[in-house]
Design a protein around this ligand. Structure first.
Ligand SMILES: Cc1cc2nc3c(=O)[nH]c(=O)nc-3n(C[C@H](O)[C@H](O)[C@H](O)COP(=O)(O)OP(=O)(O)OC[C@H]3O[C@@H](n4cnc5c(N)ncnc54)[C@H](O)[C@@H]3O)c2cc1C
Length: 420
């Protein structure tokens, strides 16, 4: 249901007239603040506003006016999407759902006063706070690299200008040049993401610069959909991709952004482009709220509430939830469970048992799509995997094309689920 301004104000009036849950009567409209307008936060804000029909006051704090999805950003690198295809605004959430969209950084959480402070000054009160800030990088994770070097050696693990920069660097590579990737250790956002990226970089280089080479230094002995990617690289990009795993020193890496060199297990190589994807941790605001343990925020699987504070919920990449991968699909799925639970807690509406699902599609070459996915349930310990599926090596071209087309439908669906 779309909530326009009239129904929104009307619903608020109903609450004020006393036809709503007792908690609403006692305190006026309960307030939910959501920090982060990405896959988790935008979905949670939209579902709470939509389903509460104005009974809950929803504020979304997000610094960017345009959200570029990381999902499909690799397809932009490969020339399958335009940057404008992966850009989304918050206008519909404000206009049609009555969400108070504040373009600012949250810089602190006072859990006693129940307020979130903003970089621009002032603070926003909450009854329930949902944190979905995504990831930040672990300082010193790759020797020689920090965020001050991201212009020379982009991470492109937050989409937008970083993704554009990486693409410009790939297109400017000299003939026969070298693209290097420093892959991250587990856990990180989008397990197949680096390897889909390798495929998409190989795709553009094969067309524009076929003697170019790709080196991947990886601290892991294996990776998501490994057999599928390696089969695809051999089929489409023979001899182009050199993956150096943990066994061959792929984790023993340093970089020199000024000299544009990468040293892998003692061997220095001059490169033309270096995509450094460092180890990750929960977005800093989660740590500032005091709900992290180590790098991530432990949550209760039934509703995504923080194990440290029942009035704070942590969604998506920042959460430590159990078996789900750090993906946009996962964040969106968790957000719907959380929205239902928050609405129930604030208005007494029915709360349904938590169910979660995820699929991660990856494009290897034109019309050659593969996928891995699973369903999950909430247990007292964690979000636990129930069953799963994965594409097989040697599948026929029609099935691979259908898998890619399925991913296009998924993208249209999830972005409208997030932004209305
Ligand atoms: C290359 C790549 C490819 C990917 N492909 C896929 C894919 O095909 N399918 C898939 O499902 N997932 C994919 N992902 C993963 C997916 O993008 C993330 O898992 C998902 O975006 C996580 O959602 P989130 O809500 O946790 O964080 P995000 O979507 O990153 O949203 C976080 C938001 O919080 C905001 N924020 C951060 N700190 C603050 C603060 N202090 N105050 C206010 N706002 C703040 C940020 O500006 C950001 O908009 C991919 C990721 C990458 C990098």
């Amino acid at each position: 249901m779309t909530l326009n301004r009239r129904t929104f104000l009307g619903a608020a009036g109903v609450a004020a007239a006393g036809l709503s849950a007792p908690m609403v009567l006692a305190q006026g409209r309960p307030r939910v603040v959501v920090v982060g307008g990405g896959a988790g936060g935008a979905t949670a804000a939209r579902y709470i506003a939509k389903d509460s029909k104005g009974e809950i006051d929803v504020t979304l704090i997000e610094p960017s006016r345009t959200y570029y999805t990381c999902f499909f950003s690799n397809l932009y690198l490969g020339g399958f999407q335009e940057l404008s295809d992966i850009a989304h605004s918050y206008g519909t959430l404000a206009a049609d759902y009555g969400i108070n969209v504040v373009h600012d950084w949250a810089i602190g959480v006072d859990r006693d006063a129940k307020t979130v402070s903003l970089a621009g000054g002032g603070s926003v009160p909450y009854d329930k706070l949902i944190l979905s800030p995504g990831i930040d990088f672990v300082d010193g994770a790759v020797e020689g690299w920090d965020v001050s070097a991201q212009n020379k050696m982009p991470h492109a693990y937050k989409a937008g200008s970083q993704t554009e920069l990486l693409k410009a660097q790939i297109m400017a590579m000299p003939e026969g040049g070298t693209f290097a990737m420093v892959a991250p250790p587990n856990p990180y956002r989008c397990p197949p993401g680096p390897y889909e990226r390798v495929s998409m970089v190989a795709h553009v280089l094969k067309a524009n610069n076929p003697t170019a080479k790709i080196i991947v230094a990886d601290p892991k002995p294996k990776f998501s959909k490994m057999a599928l990617f390696q089969e695809g690289w051999a089929n489409h990009y023979e001899g182009m991709v050199d993956w150096i795993g943990e066994d061959f020193g792929g984790g023993n890496v340093s970089v020199n952004p000024d000299a544009m060199t990468v040293t892998i297990d003692g061997e220095e190589t001059k490169v033309d482009v270096c995509n450094v994807i460092p180890a990750m941790k929960a977005g800093r605001i989660v740590e500032m709220a005091g709900v992290t343990e180590g790098n991530w925020a432990p949550v209760n699987a039934a509703d995504m509430s923080s194990k440290a504070d029942p009035d704070i919920y942590v969604l998506g990449d920042a959460s430590q939830q159990g078996d789900m991968p750090k993906s946009g699909f996962s964040a969106n799925s968790q957000a719907k469970v959380c929205a239902n639970a928050v609405r129930g807690a604030l208005t007494g509406s029915k709360v349904f048992p938590a169910k979660f699902s995820n699929t991660c599609w990856s494009l290897i070459d034109t019309d050659d799509g593969v996928k891995v996915g699973a369903t999950y349930e909430a247990t007292p310990e964690k979000i636990a995997k129930v069953d799963g599926f994965i594409s097989q090596t040697g599948e026929d071209a029609d099935l691979r094309k259908a898998t890619y087309e399925e991913s296009l439908g998924w993208y249209a669906g999830i972005t409208s689920d997030m932004f209305g």
